[in-house]
Design a protein around this ligand. Structure first.
Ligand SMILES: [Zn+2]
Length: 303
């Protein structure tokens, strides 16, 4: 097994990977992981893992690579699920693989694997017995795969304080109001991104939600009216669902499970539009840094 070392000189497309660039990368959020989940449910459920190749041992966490291979080679994939920004591969040996793609991770299904499909940043290869394979790629190597007993998944996520799932039926307007009541002094945009508050929303969709709801990203929760809260709730559901429909946003390195870019970028209303005219009012979109993250908004129609 060759230990891979990704060099600083490598690039993402034509963009050099410099420390400052890492700060600007956006992690795949709920719509992107949900897209991969739905696709993999169609592509790999029922397939038997013939062999696992671990090309970068540090990606496999909580278990030695040799044990990981012996435990999962020969297993069959039962189900793919998602919790927040995390993908879960359920196997028939009572274990699940919890995969976090972090900033630059990809899970790509290849129907007929060729040597050229495996890149320098392919860190784990799951070979199926029908000649297809699932590649875990990650240029920046912040992601991981963790084996967790399936019966302990709920405990695993609650130990990590994962917030509620915003697209579940039990995430009602009443529940959202209740959650906000406990955070009166927080600014709305960083709060929407807080994974212990709600799971799955990150830097891109939190900006889109604030724009849609005509709320300034800096608004304190205690200043929000009932109508504001209603709008945020409605926008949140709408934007996440719509983005799933278009297989997510490929603003950086995100690709879906078939190696294709998501189609939501042309539908973004405010993210990445600083200096341009607001689609709604014609005002100039501004960008600030809020809680360490670049945040675009329209000062004319967001209040
Ligand atoms: Zn505007």
């Amino acid at each position: 097994m060759v230990k891979r070392c990704i060099h600083i000189a490598e690039t993402i497309g034509s963009i050099p990977i410099l420390p400052i660039y890492i700060l600007k990368l956006n992690m795949p959020e709920l719509p992107e992981i949900e897209t991969i989940k739905r696709q993999l449910n169609n592509l790999v459920v029922g397939k038997k893992i013939k062999k696992i190749e671990i090309r970068l041992p540090k990606i496999v966490q909580l278990m030695a690579p040799i044990k990981f291979k012996s435990l999962f080679q020969g297993t069959t994939i039962k189900k793919i699920s998602r919790r927040g920004k995390v993908l879960i591969i359920g196997l028939n040996n009572n274990y699940s693989l919890v995969i976090h793609l972090k900033l630059t991770g990809q899970l790509i299904y290849i129907k007929t694997l060729k040597h050229s499909n495996i890149k320098t940043f392919t860190h784990v290869v799951y070979y199926f017995d029908d000649g297809s394979a699932l590649l875990h790629n990650d240029i920046r190597q912040f992601g991981y795969v963790r084996p967790i007993r399936t019966s302990e998944l709920d405990k695993y996520f609650s130990d990590q304080s994962f917030g509620p799932e915003p697209l579940e039926k039990d995430f009602t307007p009443k529940k959202f109001i209740e959650l906000l009541k406990h955070k009166p002094n927080q600014k709305i945009k960083p709060l929407l991104m807080d994974q212990t508050f709600i799971s799955g929303i990150g830097n891109i969709y939190s900006q889109e939600i604030c724009f849609c709801a005509k709320i300034l990203p800096t608004r304190l929760v205690k200043t929000l009216t009932d109508k504001d809260i209603k709008n945020i709730y409605k926008c949140l559901k709408q934007i996440l669902k719509n983005s799933i429909k278009y297989r997510g946003t490929s603003s950086d390195t995100y690709l879906d499970a078939q190696g294709k870019k998501g189609d939501y970028v042309p539908r973004l209303k405010v993210y990445g539009r600083e200096g341009k005219k607001c689609f709604r009012c014609g005002g100039m979109v501004k960008k600030i840094t809020l809680a360490g993250r670049g945040t675009s908004y329209c000062p004319s129609c967001q209040r």
